[in-house]
Design a protein around this ligand. Structure first.
Ligand SMILES: *[C@@H]1O[C@H](CO)[C@@H](O)[C@H](O)[C@H]1NC(C)=O
Ligand SMILES: *[C@@H]1O[C@H](CO)[C@@H](O)[C@H](O)[C@H]1NC(C)=O
Ligand SMILES: *[C@@H]1O[C@H](CO)[C@@H](O)[C@H](O)[C@H]1NC(C)=O
Ligand SMILES: *[C@@H]1O[C@H](CO)[C@@H](O)[C@H](O)[C@H]1NC(C)=O
Ligand SMILES: *[C@@H]1O[C@H](CO)[C@@H](O)[C@H](O)[C@H]1NC(C)=O
Length: 232
């Protein structure tokens, strides 16, 4: 990829009542990176690449975060949020952000001009994730069906971190969501419920066992008491 290459032009022609209209817009296929999402953990460093490989003919080179200018050519103007943590490489204009915090998540774009010709904007979406711990798993209640002796178990999985996805594994069955309703039978014995949370980088699981006991000695009004709770 040659530095200072002129953008290619795409032209559209359309007929209208006024006659033939021609519209040309610059584009650069290789520089297009729409929808580029980068996932990082808190404390890590990210390098966002510009699409310029040389300083030759560069008249504007500017990184923006959510539309706000971070730094521009020749100046070291810094947003207070990134004070002491960002650096723009003078050779290739890549933006390095160190010691990432969740607040650094968002859209970063690189705006540039070569020989006063505007180039396509390069955009990245950065997502900085908090470290996730083992989820908290709890059995909300267990109700026993008197007719078929099966137990309906309600479970809940939780974590303090937002933006995680929840999934459950019970034997060979898989389900999504933070809550689970599952029917077990006495003859199934001890059933292991596993909840897994993931945030695109990390996956953590917790398990809990539950049986549906065959206790028929009394028909207790409290349905939960007829099933043994065995929290993990
Ligand atoms: C930009 O230059 C720096 C220092 O020369 C180098 O460490 C970095 O890998 C370069 N980045 C790219 C994307 O070429
Ligand atoms: C068990 O918990 C679920 C979910 O919170 C609830 O909908 C249901 O009514 C509860 N059942 C009993 C018997 O408490
Ligand atoms: C037992 O009955 C309950 C409630 O009617 C039902 O949800 C469950 O699927 C039944 N279980 C079995 C194993 O047939
Ligand atoms: C539960 O009770 C049923 C009927 O009384 C019996 O057939 C079955 O073997 C028992 N299961 C267990 C695990 O004790
Ligand atoms: C739960 O069941 C699994 C599989 O039978 C067993 O390996 C595990 O030790 C059990 N955990 C508890 C807390 O009983």
């Amino acid at each position: 990829m040659a530095a200072g290459r002129l953008p290619r032009l795409t032209c559209f022609f359309t007929f209208s009542v006024l006659g033939l209209l021609g519209v040309c817009i610059p584009h650069d296929v290789e520089a297009s990176n729409e929808g580029s999402v980068i996932h990082k953990n808190v404390g890590e460093t990210v390098e966002l690449k510009s699409d310029l490989l040389s300083t030759e003919g560069v008249t504007v080179a500017e990184w923006r975060y959510g539309g706000i200018r971070l730094t521009s050519t020749g100046t070291a103007k810094e947003n207070p949020q990134f004070k002491g943590r960002i650096q723009i490489n003078p050779q290739n204009f890549s933006l390095t952000v160190r010691n990432l915090t969740p607040q650094d998540s968002g859209d970063y774009s690189f705006v540039s001009e070569v020989n006063y010709l505007q180039r396509p904007t390069v955009t990245f979406t950065l997502r900085v994730h908090e470290p996730i711990k083992k989820p908290l798993l709890s059995i909300i209640n267990v109700t026993r069906d008197a007719l078929n002796r099966s137990c309906t178990v309600f479970l809940e999985c939780s974590t303090s971190v937002h933006d995680v996805s929840y999934s459950w594994t019970v034997g060979s069955q898989k389900k999504s969501g933070s809550k689970l309703q599952h029917v077990i039978r006495p003859q199934d014995g001890e059933i292991t419920f596993t909840c897994t949370i993931s945030d695109q980088i990390t996956e953590v699981s917790s398990s809990i066992n539950q049986t549906c006991s065959n206790d028929t000695s009394t028909d207790k009004p409290d349905p939960a008491s007829s099933c043994d709770l065995m929290p993990n």
